[in-house]
Write a protein that binds this ligand. Sequence first.
Ligand SMILES: Nc1ncnc2c1ncn2[C@@H]1O[C@H](COP(=O)(O)OP(=O)(O)OP(=O)(O)O)[C@@H](O)[C@H]1O
Ligand SMILES: [Mg+2]
Length: 367
Amino acid sequence: MATVTIDKVRKAYGAVEVLHGVSADIADGEFVVLVGPSGCGKSTLLRMIAGLEDITGGTIGIGGRVVNNLPPKERDISMVFQNYALYPHMTVAENMAFSLTLAGASREEKQKRVAHAAQILGLTDLLGRYPRQLSGGQRQRVAMGRSIVRNPQVFLFDEPLSNLDAKLRVAMRAEIKGLHRRLATTTIYVTHDQVEAMTMADRIVVMNGGHIEQIGRPLELYDNPHSTFVAAFIGSPAMNLLNGCFDTAGGQPVFKTNDGIVLPLPGNAPKLVGVEGVYGIRPEYFTFSPANVGIPARVVVVEPLGSETHITATVGGQTIVTVFHDRLDIEPEETIWLQPRTERICLFDAGGRRLTGKAAERNLEHS
Ligand SMILES: Nc1ncnc2c1ncn2[C@@H]1O[C@H](COP(=O)(O)OP(=O)(O)OP(=O)(O)O)[C@@H](O)[C@H]1O
Ligand SMILES: [Mg+2]
């Protein structure tokens, strides 16, 4: 097991820089998920940790040792890819033992390690089979078994579940988490699926365009996004983000949408008159209010999902989504009146950066 330190790491392909100086400290035994949209640099960063890509700038350390110039096999890491090609002519046991065979391990050693990994992964009865005789999930487990037998200091996963169907993905998610609980090996897991990130990570690193937007525990990011990017990326349906400007009404701070609809703010919100910003509120933080009280929203779509009902509606010209844990007798074209839970509102400046308290007010006064 080991810590992984990523310090001001940059990557350029020729003249094009794709990672612009990213830093993250990963604790020993931690399960960290790198998440972000396609092309943001997740795989590039992971491959640099693995030693499969040169490091243009900065340093990467594993277990306190700078590995910038170490070849992959000396880094004591093991990587599972999205396309985990198994050798079709080898049995499960042979596939799992392959790296040990290359390393010249003895027969007994190989048997012992493969048996141990197979037991952890529930593959003991399948060791004599060939890959073509396995389901997708079983093949994925064999690919993980190949990593486990090497007993690495760090596991690296690059979208290992994206080739599986939705149901299997959910099952494998739980298996990988369970595996991590048993082995407690430092793990860095890349995905573009925020649900995978939320459900698996001790901490999430949200990446955007070669930068790190925010690092935090799943619910920390959910409750306290530092930017509209994180607010929109983490959580589904996404946080509602309404454009408008800050104002006051009757001495109280309020937010006026671009269409002039007045939204309430908590009493301690910054008093900024005429400053543009973004009003963020998650879909589940609305309650119904009597007609002509609160925010008028014109219903566009009602989606009954059984355990919850999603309502898409327009507030002025902007679209919001609300989630209620009830079955609702509401039709499109109706106007409903909503009250946001003001203590749950996230405010952002016009550039999408989070505004909080006094510091934000000062920032804005100077801008
Ligand atoms: N060998 C390469 N040469 C030039 N550019 C590259 C190379 N590999 C990756 N890139 C670019 O670097 C950026 C980051 O790519 P990367 O594969 O890390 O993205 P990603 O976050 O893993 O995306 P995805 O979710 O699609 O896998 C992209 O703009 C990509 O086009
Ligand atoms: Mg990738």
